[in-house]
Write a protein that binds this ligand. Structure first.
Ligand code: AMP
Ligand code: ZN
Length: 479
């Protein structure tokens, strides 16, 4: 197969031709959620655009293996290893154990993904399943002298690297400003950018999850999780690593540092980052104002798939501002689109040549750095195309393998609802007819026109309605 996809690579800061390590096969890793709270719709924008990338790779013929972690330990409230453990914070907030919180929010995340038609990755691995792998990797980093122990914790020594800022545009001075601003500073670190691989001296006496390790009872740092889980399932050469833009530094920068030091060679070729969804006040956050979740949108009557369409209308490398007004507009557009699909008739064979032409246009849009808004334009073009309805319907079905807007299902539901409504209208009309005829028959009987009364009885019977005179009046039933 041919490699036709061009993808922006955060590592090279360029749109590049995507060529996997092994022809036709893609190894893809996604940073998963920290399961201490519901995902907000910003987090889900990232998962949705990663889902489009994965589905488009499959659509293009690649054999994809995608792995995602679930962070259920080690992620502190600041990505720079300071603050409280997010999981512990969640457990305290809800008076539950950390594992109860992890289970509840992992399920909630999966359910949100299902509502947004986000496919579950081939492997979903909680960090707490992989403690042995983290310990092994840290042991090797210590042996190779890339790590050191200080104050009971194990740190990665960023000064040992030739180039630490390969991924981010940051430099040491910029970072130093940020560090000065921060209230907490870990005095055990040799360099400000060093990060924790293993904590034994927990600042939190009530840290629930702890494991034995060669360095004492403790728990892993957040960054080591993704490197070790990726290598466990995808080996030592990764094609694409995904995440939200905030993951570039320090998380992904640290992942590269420890993975390549451990392996002794380059680890991942393409880095795919999704820009943030913001609200009118700025970055979306779980601690700020109305916490925007899929359930909240549903409670306000929105279809989660209209939110999916809202995200697809923008390029993943542009920040996106959420507003209810924008979502209202997309909802109208989504419903109109469904209505247009519902109106397509089954009118004969699919024009295969035309379908191939539409497919080529669709692929061209997505091959251009996953341009989902152009792909939507191709979808609209297909509905306007000079071809029969069967071909249009086949194009919609094909494009929706990647876009996952649930268009055919929604269109079929719309048609069914229309039929039920039409059925209800018919029943209403029939009821009026029956009542009218019964009253005419009463009048005929009063006027002793029995021939007319019998004719009305027969007329109703012909429509499947049998009438019977009782002491309470005339009753009827369907026969
Ligand atoms: P977390 O559960 O906090 O680890 O974040 C899950 C994913 O969502 C990560 O890939 C983040 O980079 C991403 N993310 C965080 N905030 C946003 C946002 N406002 N918009 C889009 N993605 C985000
Ligand atoms: Zn990660």
């Amino acid at each position: 197969m041919e490699d036709n996809l061009s993808l922006y690579n955060t590592l090279t800061k360029k749109v590049e031709k995507f060529v996997p390590n092994e022809p036709g096969k893609v190894k893809m890793y996604t940073c998963g959620p920290t399961v201490y709270h519901y995902a907000h719709i910003g987090n889900l924008r990232t998962y949705m655009m990663e889902d489009v990338l994965e589905k488009f790779l499959r659509f293009s013929g690649y054999d994809v293996k995608r792995v995602m972690n679930i962070t259920d330990v080690g992620h502190l409230s600041s990505d720079a290893d300071t603050g409280e453990d997010k999981m512990l914070k969640g457990a305290k907030r809800e008076h539950k154990t950390v594992m109860e919180i992890a289970k509840y929010y992992t399920d909630a995340f999966m359910s949100d993904c299902a509502k947004l038609n986000i496919k579950t990755p081939d492997v979903v691995e909680p960090a707490t399943n992989c403690i042995a792998e983290f310990i092994h990797m840290i042991e090797v980093l210590l042996e190779k002298d890339y790590a050191y122990m200080a104050g009971g914790n194990i740190y990665f020594d960023t000064a040992k690297l030739k180039e630490y800022y390969v991924l981010s545009n940051q430099n040491a001075e910029e970072l130093a400003v940020g560090v000065r601003d921060s209230v907490e500073e870990d005095t055990n670190k040799r360099n400000k950018t060093d990060f924790v691989l293993w904590f034994t001296k927990s600042k939190f006496e009530d840290q629930e999850l702890k494991w034995d390790s060669p360095w004492g009872v403790g728990y892993p740092g957040w960054h080591i999780e993704c490197s070790a889980i990726s290598m466990k399932h995808l080996g030592d050469a990764l094609d694409i690593h995904c995440g939200g833009i905030d993951n570039v530094f320090p998380h992904h920068t640290n992942e590269i540092a420890q993975s390549e030091s451990y392996l002794g060679h380059k680890w991942c070729n393409y880095w795919f980052h999704v820009l943030h969804l913001n609200d009118s006040t700025g970055k979306m956050s779980k601690s700020k104002g109305e916490f925007l979740t899929v359930s909240l949108l549903e409670s306000k009557g929105y279809n989660p798939l209209a939110y999916r369409m809202f995200c697809l209308q923008s390029h993943y490398r542009k920040p996106l501002v959420f507003s209810y007004e924008a979502l209202d507009n997309v909802t109208v557009a989504y419903n109109k689109l469904v209505a247009r699909v519902a109106a397509l008739k089954s009118d004969g064979p699919v024009d295969e040549a035309k379908l191939a032409e539409l497919k080529a246009a669709f692929m061209e849009a997505l091959n251009n750095d996953i341009n989902t808004s152009s792909a939507l334009t191709v979808l609209y073009d297909a509905l306007k195309a000079d071809t029969n309805d069967a071909t249009k319907r086949a194009a919609v079905a094909m494009f929706d393998e990647v876009l996952s807007l649930g268009l055919l299902d929604a269109a079929d539901r719309m048609k069914e609802e229309k039929q039920t409504d039409a059925g209800a209208e018919m029943d209403g009309a029939l009821l009026d007819f029956i009542n009218q005829k019964i009253s005419e028959r009463m009048d005929a009987k009063k006027a002793k026109d029995f021939a007319k009364a019998d004719a009305i009885r027969d007329e109703l019977l012909a429509k499947g309605i049998a009438i019977k005179d009782t002491r309470e009046g005339t009753v009827w039933e369907k026969v």
